[in-house]
Design a protein. Structure first.
Length: 120
């Protein structure tokens, strides 16, 4: 699934991933409290998410639900970043990510285990 979501659309998705299915009015209330959006702004962004296929709108009561998972968005965004900034090379991305970073022994061990699983 390749859906490009903008920061505003990710705000809607974050609410749905955290809270589950909600009426649009409840999403508007949450985002007003969190970031000061008015109802019209929230509804406009929800509409864009519906058009992109990221959110399903169900009647009655304009209930919204996430049509894509956080993992799908993370995968798409990561692939786009690797393609754009590292010529599609995951190895270069990983090397750049780790360059100069201090990792705990536990983090290093977890990464080793992930790489070993990939080789299986």
């Amino acid at each position: 699934m390749s859906i490009k979501l903008f920061d505003s659309e990710l705000r809607i998705m974050e609410v749905l991933w955290k809270e589950g299915d909600l009426p649009a009015g409840q999403i508007a209330k949450i985002l007003k409290e969190e970031i000061g959006w008015n109802r019209n702004t929230t509804y406009t962004v929800i509409k864009k998410c519906v058009e992109k296929g990221a959110v399903r709108r169900n009647e009655p009561n304009f209930i919204c639900s996430a049509a894509i998972s956080r993992e799908q968005v993370q995968e798409y965004e990561t692939e786009e970043l690797i393609g754009k900034m590292f010529g599609g090379s995951k190895e270069k991305f990983f090397a750049a990510f780790l360059d100069g970073e201090r990792l705990s022994k536990e983090e290093v061990e977890n990464l080793k285990q992930m790489v070993l699983k990939l080789g299986e």
